[in-house]
Design a protein around this ligand. Structure first.
Ligand SMILES: NC(=O)c1ccc[n+]([C@@H]2O[C@H](COP(=O)([O-])OP(=O)(O)OC[C@H]3O[C@@H](n4cnc5c(N)ncnc54)[C@H](O)[C@@H]3O)[C@@H](O)[C@H]2O)c1
Length: 381
């Protein structure tokens, strides 16, 4: 019998398991959390965000000295412009100059979403994957970027165009690190919480209405802030866990991530990720209202919440052409269909595949008219 038609099948299932752990006082030398993964006395390659190093650098160095751990701490700047192939290579060179065991000396990433995305991609690519830990230090990282397994860098003028799925060993949460975060960056993270509340959690939305402003003022160090963060993290993980590798491309968490993609890429200097997402959320909410998926009262609540939280958005950056091209790119990303999540009442979501350019332009016009009405004194109307 000839070998023609023979086939071999390779089939492996690999379990993915990691924990997201609250670890207060993370940099206290008596706290084991940072060294609890990997060899306890092993070496550690630590990449820390420049702003975090400015505020906590000496505590971080002291932590490893006190525990007699040979740690190489390298500082890299945050900010979207640093989510680049150059920074990824620079970190890889530093890592290559400080050899670590391939399995039991994890890389530690301490920083915002930019740093954890880049370092996770370093971990994914170095020796075809070495373990890593993530410590988010921005609200964006705390409730979103650090929780999942997506790693990446921007490439060729496109966000996150190079990357991989790389599960961490664990995500360690120390809320006190958010204390030094500027207000604009706190609000940037709040935008992702608003997203989650609108498409899946009406109670979280109510908590934001009631306690959001006070929680932002307290850098979420208040009890209500704790509940908001717990709700956001739990909700995000509930969405991510069954679909870690994005086999299902209709994802509720993509609400606000259709038109924002192009706006954020075009205005990297002027728009933070969350701000671009919120602009998208508001346009998408108007589309949903015009389709009668979202009642007028619920749409009004969304706009009122943005005002109450004091989030300032530059609506002049909204641009139908950029947003339409962004939607076309998302169709490629979502394998041929728009799969745009839209709110169907607060706390619920549907997916839409037939938004037209005319509909988008109509929604933009309606949004601008609404903003004009809101900001003009009653007498002038
Ligand atoms: N992987 C994912 O699933 C995922 C999800 C959402 C967002 N993201 C990515 O996250 C990125 C945005 O993250 P980000 O908003 O955290 O940006 P960032 O990492 O650039 O941090 C924002 C700014 O805060 C500074 N900073 C960090 N921690 C600080 C602290 N504790 N105190 C004071 N300043 C501090 C940084 O230096 C930076 O200037 C985007 O690139 C986005 O694509 C990824």
């Amino acid at each position: 019998m000839s070998g023609q038609g023979m086939r071999w099948q390779v089939r492996v299932e690999r379990p993915i398991a990691y924990e997201v752990i609250k670890a207060p006082h993370l940099l206290d030398p008596g706290n084991d959390a940072l060294m609890a993964f990997g060899r306890p006395r092993g070496r550690r390659f630590v990449v820390v965000d420049g702003e975090v190093a400015r505020h906590h650098g000496s505590a971080l160095r002291d932590y490893f000295v006190q525990r007699q751990v040979d740690a190489r701490i390298v500082v890299f700047p945050g900010g979207e412009e640093h989510k680049s192939i150059e920074i990824w290579q620079d970190i890889l060179r530093e890592l290559d100059a400080f050899p670590i065991h391939r399995r039991d000396e994890p890389v530690i990433a301490i920083g915002g979403g930019v740093l954890t995305d880049v370092v996770a991609f370093v971990a994914a690519s170095y020796r075809r994957s070495v373990p890593h830990l993530k410590v988010p230090t921005t609200l964006m990282g705390y409730v979103d970027a650090a929780l999942g397994i997506k790693a990446g860098i921007n490439f060729n003028g496109n966000k996150n165009r190079l990357g991989s799925f790389e599960p961490p060993l664990a995500v360690l949460l120390d809320k006190s690190l958010l204390a030094t975060l500027p207000r604009r960056h706190l609000l940037n993270g709040v935008c992702e919480i608003i997203k989650l509340a609108i498409i899946r959690d009406a109670r979280l939305f109510e908590s934001l209405e009631r306690h959001g402003a006070a929680s932002v003022a307290a850098h979420f160090a208040n009890p209500a802030g704790d509940l908001i963060l717990d709700g956001a993290i739990g909700g995000m993980l509930d969405e991510l866990t069954p679909n870690l590798y994005e086999e299902e491309l209709a994802r509720k968490v993509d609400f606000g991530h259709t038109f924002s993609y192009g706006l954020e890429t075009r205005h990297e200097q002027r728009l933070l990720h969350g701000e671009a997402v919120l602009l998208d959320i508001l346009v998408s909410s108007v589309i949903a209202e015009r389709r009668q998926l979202l009642g007028a009262a619920d749409a009004a609540r969304i706009f009122a919440l943005v005002d109450a939280l004091g989030i300032e958005l530059d609506f002049s950056l909204l641009d139908g052409e950029i947003m339409w091209r962004s939607l076309l790119d998302r169709i490629e990303h979502r394998n041929g269909l728009q799969r745009v999540p839209l709110p169907a009442g607060i706390g619920h979501c549907v997916f839409i595949n037939d938004i037209t350019r005319t509909e988008l332009d109509g929604a933009l016009q309606a949004l601008h008219a609404r903003l004009k009405e809101r900001h003009e004194p009653a007498l002038e109307r």
